[in-house]
Write a protein that binds this ligand. Structure first.
Ligand code: KG4
Ligand code: ZN
Length: 387
């Protein structure tokens, strides 16, 4: 089977086609296409993501990316020679209604969609949340419009499910119970799974997400957006940690008996340090970045290992944008090896940590089989939760 995935929850416009073959017990996956257009350059000058700019970019990019994704997957003929389903006045009215808040997207859609012969896909998977409402709606409405003209089912997917299931497409099996640490710009969650599509959030951040904290500290240090990779790179510049520079930040909630996190105090600690120490050398800034990263990673790893032990999990999964952090990957691997020798650790490839639509198609396959939604009821859900 083939699943078309659509992801527009934040600042990446992404469409992919995932092919699943083989027996249901032992499925094989192949990415037929995985197209991502990043908007980083657009948002950078504002120091963060501007929701309506994201919506504007999604409206502009979605249809061209759809065509590229289908062409790459060999699912459409060159657009000039094919004649798709004509759009009559009734259909036109229905599409106008679907895209009533996305006139730009409607324009692009009407120009290209009638020329595309309905491709041989089995379902359309789309991120319904969590994310930025104006951004999410562009993807949701594109899914609705495609489902309408191609007569395909829609599978609504939670963005965080995607970050979990991208780990399953390289053939490794998730055995249950499983625990996923999801660390992204908007979320820091420990999710317990008893089976596919079953989630219980056993711990989460009470304030800032880990990625958000990286981004805020980057801003305090005068680094660009997105901040995570910039802080990590700065931290890497200092080789000798004990170089006479004394910086120590707290490990928030490290000792608490629950599995929750808190990162806003850590950000404030960095703020106060910078307020009290002026004209810092690059070396000192590196030491700050290093100690900050150390603090975040230490708390994440300690709580994850403790939760994995408590719930006796067989699989430990890492996902989300912050999963690209090398220190987190290294320390979590080392801690899992020594503390949980029987637990399988699933780390995404670095390239799989950023938002993409392949992960949405993968999640639809594993978690969404029973969730095929009626088109009419499909809504973006900016605050969607996993449980
Ligand atoms: O999953 P994602 O792409 O978007 C959301 O769903 O939020 O995560 C983006 C977050 C940003 O906060 C970014 O700064 C952070 O992931 N990030 C990193 C690294 N690469 C990206 N944080 C720490 N170290 C990194 N290497
Ligand atoms: Zn994400």
């Amino acid at each position: 089977m083939k699943i078309l995935g659509i992801e527009t929850s934040c600042d990446e416009t992404a469409i992919a086609v995932l092919e699943v073959s083989g027996a249901m017990q032992n499925p094989k996956f192949r990415a037929l296409s995985n197209i991502v257009a990043s908007q980083i350059a657009v948002h950078r000058k504002f120091g963060g993501i501007v929701p309506n700019l994201a919506k504007r970019e999604h409206q502009k990019n979605l249809v061209p990316i759809l065509i590229t994704a289908l062409k790459t997957a060999n699912l459409i003929y060159p657009i000039t020679v094919s004649i798709g389903r004509p759009i009559d006045t009734v259909m036109n009215l229905r599409l106008e209604k679907i895209f009533s808040h996305e006139p730009e997207l409607l324009k692009h859609f009407l120009k290209k969609a009638p020329k595309i012969v309905p491709p041989k896909i089995d379902a359309i998977a789309v991120t319904i949340g969590p994310g930025l409402a104006p951004a999410l709606w562009t993807g949701v409405n594109l899914a609705k419009a495609l489902a309408l003209i191609w007569e395909k089912p829609i599978i609504p997917v939670n963005h965080l499910e995607g970050h979990i299931y991208i780990n399953a497409i390289r053939g490794q099996k998730i055995t249950f119970p499983a625990l996923a640490l999801i660390v992204s710009g908007g979320h820091t969650e420990l999710v317990l799974m008893k089976r596919h599509g079953n989630y219980k959030v056993v711990g989460e951040t009470r304030d800032d997400a880990a990625g958000e904290c990286f981004d805020k500290v980057a801003r305090l240090l005068g680094l660009g957006y997105p901040g995570g990779p910039a802080v990590a790179a700065l931290a890497d510049r200092i080789k000798n940690y004990e170089s006479g520079i004394q910086v120590r930040f707290p490990r928030p909630m490290m000792g608490s008996t629950d599995f929750d996190f808190s990162f806003s105090g850590l950000k404030t600690a960095v703020l106060y340090f910078l307020r009290d120490h002026k004209n810092l050398s690059m070396r000192t800034k590196s030491a700050i970045a290093k100690e900050f990263q150390e603090a975040v990673v230490e708390v994440l790893v300690a709580k994850t290992i403790r939760a994995a032990k408590e719930y006796k999990v067989k699989t430990l999964i890492l996902g989300g944008g912050v999963a690209a952090n090398k220190k987190l990957r290294r320390d979590l691997s080392a801690a899992a090896t020594s503390n949980l020798p029987k637990t399988k650790l699933m780390l995404p490839e670095i390239s799989e940590t950023t938002d993409n639509a392949l992960m949405i198609a993968a999640a639809a396959f594993f978690a969404g089989k029973k969730k095929s939604a009626g088109r009419a009821h499909l809504r973006a859900d900016p605050g969607a939760r996993l449980d």
